[in-house]
Design a protein around this ligand. Structure first.
Ligand code: CUA
Length: 347
């Protein structure tokens, strides 16, 4: 178990090994530089100290070879570390296309997580080992930070927009989840667990969930409940844009700008439809601020993703949770079942 206090955890995600290696090499290089500077200072202070009141040092006018050496060698070393760090950063920031998506809504002071299957969890997340998991995070109040030290991931969670982070657990186990951004009185209590499970255990956990419908189907229900479908229908001409195939597409706006229809764009278009008007349409949509919760928004987004992504967009392969596609979407049989809350005895 990982309950006792340790200075550093061993890494338990796919990127942790390289992350650790880079960290220790950076530390080692910095330590060697400090040591080298300290040794040279000490040696010079002793060797070249002034020996009499009248002594004048010989005047030296620099040495090109020496200066080039101490410029070029560190430059190569540090640019190498920079390039390595950048490469790793892009890897951490780019979820694999086949990642399983989980939506996270942070609030003072808890983590609310929802799987595409519809399964909900609070302060706990069950995931299979060996599969990339992409988290799509937002906050319904202040800034929080999703921090899993064992996986070497930390991502700020901001109100009003979506951020993403991904990980792939490399062994089964329970891993600490922390909030790493001071968010008020009970910030220190905003903690939880990531339960990485062997695939068959995970499948069993998924199968035991109560059926409540997938996120996409809940989103679809809401789409009709809020009467979105009256205007955004899918057949024939309409006064509102057809949302089929919207997700991931480049959208031409009335004011000439082009935006990508990502999660944040959809969210904004629901809460503040006037902010970005699609070219060829008028600003006729009512404002839904205060009527739709952050969780409902994520379900609406899951629904819009499920009704098709633009061909060729990078989102295509991992965004789908359309009822028809569910079975093919990775561990897709999660589609029809749902887990509400956390089940006792799992940890
Ligand atoms: Cu949430 Cu600190």
């Amino acid at each position: 178990m990982t309950t006792h206090l340790r200075f550093i955890t061993e890494g338990d995600s796919s990127i942790a090994g390289e992350y650790n290696l880079l960290f220790w090499i950076l530390t080692l290089v910095c330590a060697l530089v400090i040591l080298g500077v300290a040794v040279v200072i000490t040696y010079s202070a002793l060797r070249y100290r002034r020996r009499s009141e009248t002594e004048l040092p010989p005047q030296i006018q620099g040495g090109v070879k020496l200066e080039l050496t101490w410029t070029i060698i560190p430059l190569i070393i540090f640019m190498g570390m920079f390039a390595w760090g950048t490469r790793l950063y892009f890897e951490i920031e780019t979820p694999p296309a086949n990642a399983i998506e989980v939506y996270v809504v942070a609030k003072q002071w808890m983590w609310k997580l929802q799987h595409l299957s519809g399964a909900r969890e609070i302060n706990e997340l069950h995931v299979p080992v060996g599969r990339p998991i992409k988290l799509i995070l937002t906050s319904q109040d202040v800034i929080h930070s999703f921090f899993v030290p064992s996986f070497r991931i930390k991502q700020d969670v901001l109100p009003g927009r979506y951020t993403t982070i991904w990980f792939q657990a490399t062994r089964a186990g329970d891993f600490h989840l922390f909030c790493a951004e001071y968010c008020g009185t009970k910030h220190s209590g905003m903690i939880g667990w990531i339960h990485a499970m062997e695939p068959h255990d995970y499948q069993e956990w998924v199968d035991h969930g109560a059926a409540e419908g997938s996120m996409a189907s809940m989103g679809e229900k809401m789409f009709h409940q809020f009467a979105c479908a009256n205007c955004h229908h899918f057949e024939g001409p309409a006064t509102c844009p057809n949302l089929r195939g919207l997700f991931g597409r480049q959208i031409q706006l009335k004011d000439g700008r082009t935006v990508t229809a990502d999660e944040s764009y959809i969210r904004e278009s629901v809460l503040d439809p006037g902010a970005k008007i699609v070219a060829g349409y008028d600003n006729v949509m009512p404002n839904f601020t205060g009527q739709v919760s952050e969780e409902q928004l994520t379900q609406l987004i899951a629904f819009i993703k499920s009704i098709g992504a633009a061909p060729g967009s990078e989102q295509t392969s991992h965004s789908g949770s359309a009822p028809a596609e569910e079975k093919t979407n990775g561990i897709g049989d999660v589609g029809s079942s749902a887990i509400t809350g956390s089940r006792p005895g799992v940890r």
